[in-house]
Design a protein around this ligand. Structure first.
Ligand code: GLN
Ligand code: ZN
Length: 773
């Protein structure tokens, strides 16, 4: 290493844990999709990927260490599975390119697969409490590991050629196993002994390639680990202790809790700690840090898009820097994968919703690295060396802190005056159910759908044209009304009992509401990778939430005017709106959620006043908000369920409240679900063969349930017999007079020619069920 490198070592060093790999303009997304369509070759895809890596390193080159192998063509966990030679047998017989096999596991098929050599894709699940989804490694007692280091060594060579100082990033062995799923009855922890030698060889190969530091990610350390897993952590790092590289053990997404002493005493050269989410325990970490260890502090929020208060950060960092001297490193709290790439993209276009004021409050990945550099300069060269930057930052922080767009005293007062009564229905379920049965007579096994009907190309084109001012508001309205009318006529023909308007006018179930609420903003290019080539653009909840005008009433009223059948009003619930947004860091998630709850409550009451007797409030993302530590679940569930209740329960007994959740794990939250006290809950069940209802049965869930009878993700049309069979299974668990018949979820991703026969058969099944009841 050069002398310059050595002098730098005397100071606070700056590094990054990972950079978004989707590309500044989502280049990776488009390259992947073109490759899958056979529009570009493997060589072209790999060239695009290489270009993104190179750009990313160039963007980060002012740091002392940039991450390498944080890049992935689809998913970093799947990359690890390939590196460790842990591949499912079902792809073993394909001997075309490794890349094609990679995509087969990622998504069931690759390019060039025609006729389709489809295999079932690896299961996908959420990466800790983020909205990023990884491909779950599959293991059995027979699983063995063999090192395939070609990809990572190639990226190391690329980084060297580019002349950046770097550290490769790996997922640690314990986290890798923790994320895996046993496909038999074995215990995945038993695989650790087979796994560690592969890591040892890998680290040796990296050392041979000239690597000094390796970042080894063990976010599992911020979860609750039992003693077997804690022992596994100790065993793993004892085994890797003699590696010829220095290990920076990276933890993130929370405090270390009971794993603190364990983590700090592992035989590694350094540890990364999330000082944003783990701020409360930072003092303990500093105190307990062994004298020979580097401490990397994640001081810039890698999970959110707000500017860091640099002055406040420096205030708490200065004593730490004084104490640790050259043992202190600084970084974002976690990989920047979870934030959009570059805020400047928002500035250069004719911005619609992000005005200069809001822009001045934000920092995306690139801007966060600039913040990091300012912090580094302040600590290394003195505050005066960055006085302009700090002043500018402080002005932005103050502007946000004092803005009347952020702070609305009336909203704060409304939240402060929430009483227990607000969340309570006038009567208990039994009384309500009786009143509703009179007010809203329905047959046994009533049929309904979850809300959306196909978002056709015409609908999307009309919305785009409207946004671009190519058609007028009244033209757009007329088109949407025509779609609503079509959906209603089809539902009437089908003979469904409770109709929906079909959500034609909604781009997205959160964005639609966010756009109409005060306190929300939308970026144009704030894309964040959700999985593979898929990105989401989370809305930005920046201020106190109020509802200046009704959001759905006109559409729902129009829909109701077209039919004598009951029309179900359709809203997204406060918890889901919150969990799918970038949220404020200047107040608790609870407070933001309660504000949203009050806004949705007004909408519910306006719908009721407009004569809508059935109102569904979707809480698709309730589960997603669960904290990483189970000991913190109850606190979350308390305010989340209370928020739902506040939004839903300001209505007469006669008004029937529905909720919908599209997932299939209720075991550990059934009590909370029951406490939501919706008159009807519709859930995803078809793939679990109704076994999911066991927990509702065991809990003696008292209200009505619509267990989904077919999987809307599949184009397959269920037969009346299949639906009947499923519902009879349901009726073994839940009394028939509390069952509804409906699909698993909304139908917006399907075609009308799939939806109509499927619903036809569903309605047919309800008739059979009534006849045999
Ligand atoms: N009402 C929404 C729809 O039907 C619900 C979607 C969801 O739960 N994800 O599209
Ligand atoms: Zn759903």
């Amino acid at each position: 290493m050069t002398t310059e490198y050595q002098t730098q070592q005397k100071k606070v060093r700056l590094h990054n844990l990972g950079f978004p790999r989707i590309g500044n303009k989502r280049e990776l997304k488009f390259a992947l999709e073109n490759y899958w369509k056979n529009d570009i070759t493997e060589g072209q895809l790999l060239a695009s990927a290489k270009q993104i890596r190179s750009n990313n390193w160039a963007l980060q080159q002012t740091l002392d260490l940039v991450p390498v192998a944080d890049f992935s063509l689809y998913d970093q966990v799947l990359d690890m599975s390939f590196m460790l030679g842990n591949l499912p047998h079902r792809i073993a017989h394909f001997n075309d390119s490794e890349l094609d096999n990679y995509f087969r596991i990622a998504r069931g098929r690759s390019a060039n697969d025609s006729p389709c050599q489809c295999v079932h894709a690896g299961e996908m699940t959420k990466w800790f409490d983020t909205n990023y989804h990884y491909i779950v490694p599959e293991v059995t007692a027979e699983t063995s590991f063999t090192l395939n280091s070609a990809r990572i060594l190639a990226q190391v060579a690329e980084a060297k050629a580019q002349g950046v100082n770097f550290k490769p990033v790996l997922i640690g062995p314990v986290t890798y196993l923790w994320l895996s799923k046993e496909k038999d009855t074995s215990n995945k922890l038993d695989l650790l002994d087979k796994l560690l030698p592969v890591y040892q060889t890998l680290l040796s190969e990296l050392a041979q390639a000239g690597v000094e530091w390796v970042q080894i990610d063990e976010p599992v350390l911020v979860t609750e680990l039992d003693s077997a897993w804690q022992d596994a952590v100790i065993e793993a790092y004892q085994a890797l202790k003699s590696s010829p590289v220095k290990l920076l053990l990276a933890t993130y997404f929370g405090t270390l809790g009971d794993n603190l002493t364990l983590s700090l005493n592992l035989p590694v050269a350094g540890i990364h700690y999330d000082a944003v989410r783990g701020k409360s325990a930072l003092a303990h970490v500093i105190e307990a840090l062994p004298a020979d260890k580097i401490l990397s502090l994640g001081v810039i929020d890698g999970r959110n898009i707000w500017k860091t208060d640099l002055t406040a950060t420096l205030e708490y960092l200065q004593p730490i820097a004084a104490k640790l001297a050259d043992r202190l490193w600084l970084a974002p709290s976690c990989s920047l994968l979870h934030v959009p790439v570059n805020l400047d993209n928002e500035v250069t276009v004719n911005k619609a919703s992000l005005d200069a004021e809001i822009l001045s409050w934000l920092a995306f990945a690139e801007q966060k690295l600039v913040e990091l550099t300012v912090l580094g300069k302040a600590l290394n060269n003195g505050i005066n060396s960055v006085s302009n930057e700090l002043a500018e930052n402080q002005a932005a922080i103050n502007s946000r802190r004092t803005s009347t767009r952020v702070h609305n005293p009336a909203v704060k007062a409304a939240v402060n005056s929430i009483t227990n009564d607000l969340g309570k229905r006038l009567s208990g379920y039994t009384v309500r159910a009786a009143k509703q049965a009179t007010h809203l007579p329905l047959p046994l096994y009533p049929t309904t759908t979850i809300g959306s009907f196909p978002q056709t190309k015409e609908i999307r084109q009309a919305r785009l044209a409207f946004k671009k001012h190519n058609i007028s508001a009244s033209e757009y309205e007329a088109k949407m009304k025509a779609e609503i009318e079509y959906a209603i006529r089809e539902q009437e023909k089908l003979g469904l009992d409770v109709l929906v308007h079909g959500e034609a006018e909604r781009n997205d179930m959160v964005e639609y509401f966010g756009e109409q609420l005060q306190g929300y903003a939308f970026s144009q290019f704030g894309w964040v990778q959700s999985y593979g080539s898929r990105c989401v653009k989370p809305p930005i909840l920046f201020g106190d939430i109020s509802r200046p005008h009704p959001m759905t009433v006109a559409w729902t009223k129009y829909a109701q005017s077209l039919t004598t059948k009951p029309m179900k009003g359709m809203l997204t619930g406060p918890v889901t709106i919150l969990n799918w947004s970038f949220v404020r860091d200047d107040q608790s998630r609870r407070d933001s959620c309660l504000q949203l709850a009050l806004a949705v409550r007004q909408e519910v009451q306006d719908l009721e006043a407009a004569g809508v007797n059935v109102i569904q409030i979707d809480e698709a993302a309730l589960r997603e908000g669960l904290p990483l530590r189970q000991s913190e679940w109850q606190e979350y569930l308390n305010w989340a369920v209370e928020s739902f209740r506040i939004s839903a329960n300001g209505v007469k007994d006669e008004t029937q409240i529905h909720t919908h959740m599209c997932y299939s794990e209720f075991n550990d939250i059934i009590e909370a679900i029951a406490h939501m006290d919706a008159d009807v809950i519709t859930i995803e069940t078809s793939r679990s063969d109704m076994e999911l209802l066991d927990v509702f049965e065991k809990f003696a869930y008292p209200n009505q349930i619509g267990p989904g009878v077919y999987d809307i993700h599949s184009p397959n049309i269920p037969s009346p017999e299949q639906v009947t069979k499923l519902m009879l299974k349901a009726a073994e668990r839940i009394p028939a007079n509390r069952l509804w018949v409906n699909p698993d979820c909304g139908l917006k991703t399907r075609q009308w020619d799939e939806v109509l026969p499927a619903l036809q058969n569903m309605v047919e099944a309800a008739k059979i069920l009534r006849a045999v009841a």
